[in-house]
Every structure is written in structure tokens, then in C-alpha cells.
Design a protein around this ligand. Sequence first.
Ligand code: 2P0
Length: 325
Amino acid sequence: MNPEAQRCVRSLIPAHAPRNPSGRAFAPSNIALCKYWGKRNEALKLPLTGSLSVSLGKLGSQVSIHLADQDSFQLNGEEVPPSHKARKRLFAYLDLFRQNAECFQVEAENTIPMGAGLASSASAFAAIAQAVDALYGWELSSEQLSILARMGSGSASRSIYEGFAEWVAGAREDGMDSYAVSIAPVWPEFRIGLLILSQAEKAVGSTEGMRRTRDSSSLFQSWPAQVERDLPAIRNAVLERDFSRLGQHAEQNALSMHATMASAWPPLIYAQPETLAVLHRVHTLRAEGLELYVTMDAGPNVKLLYLAQDREAVRSAFPEVQEVE
Ligand code: 2P0
């Protein structure tokens, strides 16, 4: 067990609380418009920079946790065997919360494909943190829940909220000032179009990808400066509903992150030929006047950013798009 994380959890949870037989929570997935890429502390999942995301509506994770005689984990109705890495990661996380060697029966339903750059770990750990809070009756604040979720998966810190959330990097060594806050619950016209080009699990996960980029890419040295430009611009664009400004900074931020990945050694190239074809198509449509932008995570899939008024134009260019309000 990780002693640093254990200390953080101990300092957050109240000494006495009514324990319930079970806890249940839903958390939405999120897509970063300004990306989290690089940690300053791996054990506590503390980021080098801040980041900003928008949640994905009903796409996310529903988690129930019951006290039980032995640990078990069901994902989308199927028992996950003890040797599976997702199960090991789940119970390593839950070890942080066990009070008296109790066991947990965990049931999770994910409405998004796992491991395809669609951040299922973000919604999963945000839902687990909230289900644990409900189980133990702690009634933690959103910021405290965000810290707990962060220790499961960094991007989960942002999945505590619906709408636009900013994860403030913080400066403290114990990470108690590194949590997400809500900056705007809604932007009714804002749309995300998911283009799922591959459901394959990625070859290199985010934790290893971040480490490799930080350690071997000279371009990564300029990444914090890129975030310093993009983060306030995107935050203000959300607050002022300035879609063009948001789209430009979000797309440049995502492609800058991919440039740092591609310049790592061994190189990390998450884009597939279909990814590049979509990017070129988007750039052609934009040159023709359509306000359409993209963002991409650690995978080959593309997320389109547009406003409701352009949904028909987007749908006719990309009939396979899955729209999220
Ligand atoms: C993000 N990603 O901001 C960035 C953009 C991927 C690319 O957060 O190691 O699964 O568990 O903290 O949260 C994916 O990283 O990584 C991620 P860990 P996580 O959404």
C-alpha cells in the first residue's frame, strides 16, 4: 500500500461516521480541453500543470459497493478475475479506505468503451470515490472527493462535476491543494462528437506514456508554457461562451501534447491513419467556414467540438458521429 496516499486519505476522513451497508454513485466521463500530461508525484498523482475538461453527460460509470465477506468485482455484469489488472488496480485503491479489514463487493457499469482514449478510468474512480463516501457516511465536500478520485486516476479529479471543471495543479507536496473545481455547469449549445475509430486497448497506457514523455522528449520542456497560454484562454472562453477561442486553444493544446508524445523515445504515436484523415477533413471543413475543432487523448479516437447550430453539417460530414450534449 502506498503510505503517502494512505496519509492523505486518513487526513481527509472524519473519525466517526455512520457506516451504511452499501454506497452507490454515478460519475460522468470527461474530455480534457486543456490536457493533463505529466506528473510531479506519481504516487499521489499530482500533475505538473493544471487542466480543464467538459463532462460527457450520461456516458460514464455507475458504481455500487457493498460490504461483503470477500472481495469481488463485476464489470458490466461479468465477474472480473483476481489476476486482471483492472481488478488489481481497483482493490489497491480500495485498500486505502479499509477500516477494519472489511471486504467489498463492487459492481460497475461503464457506458463507454474501456482503454480506447475515452477515459473510463476517470469516471470509474470518481464514481468509486463517491460510492465509498456514501458507504462510510463521510459526507466529504466536492473538493475532498476530487482529491480522493485523483489518487485513483488523475483525470478522475475532474469527473466529480457535471459540465466544465478545472483541476488546479496545486503546489503542496501532500497534494491537498490539487483538486478540481466546477467552472460552469452548462453551456447548452456546446456539443462533443465522438468518433470512435478503434476500440482496441492502447499499447502504452497514460501513466507510462507520461513518464516516457517527461523523461525523453525535449519538446516536453515547453509543455507547461503551452498550458499556461491555453488554460486561462479556455477558462475565459467557457465563461464568455466564446466558442472560436475555445476551439482554437483546445485543438492546439491537444496537438501540442501529441507532439511531445511523438518526440519521446521510444516514440508514442497514438494516431492511426483514420485519425489523420479526420483531422484533414476537419481542417478542410473549417477552411470552408464551419466552426469545427478537434481534440484527442492518449488514443486514436477523435472528439469533435462544435455548437448545436452546426450539428447537421457535422453529421453529414461524419455520419458515424456520436453526439454528446
Ligand atoms: C487528460 N489524459 O487530461 C489527459 C489527456 C490522457 C491524455 O488524463 O496516470 O488515466 O491515472 O493519472 O488520468 C489520462 O490519464 O492517468 C489523461 P493517471 P489518467 O484527460
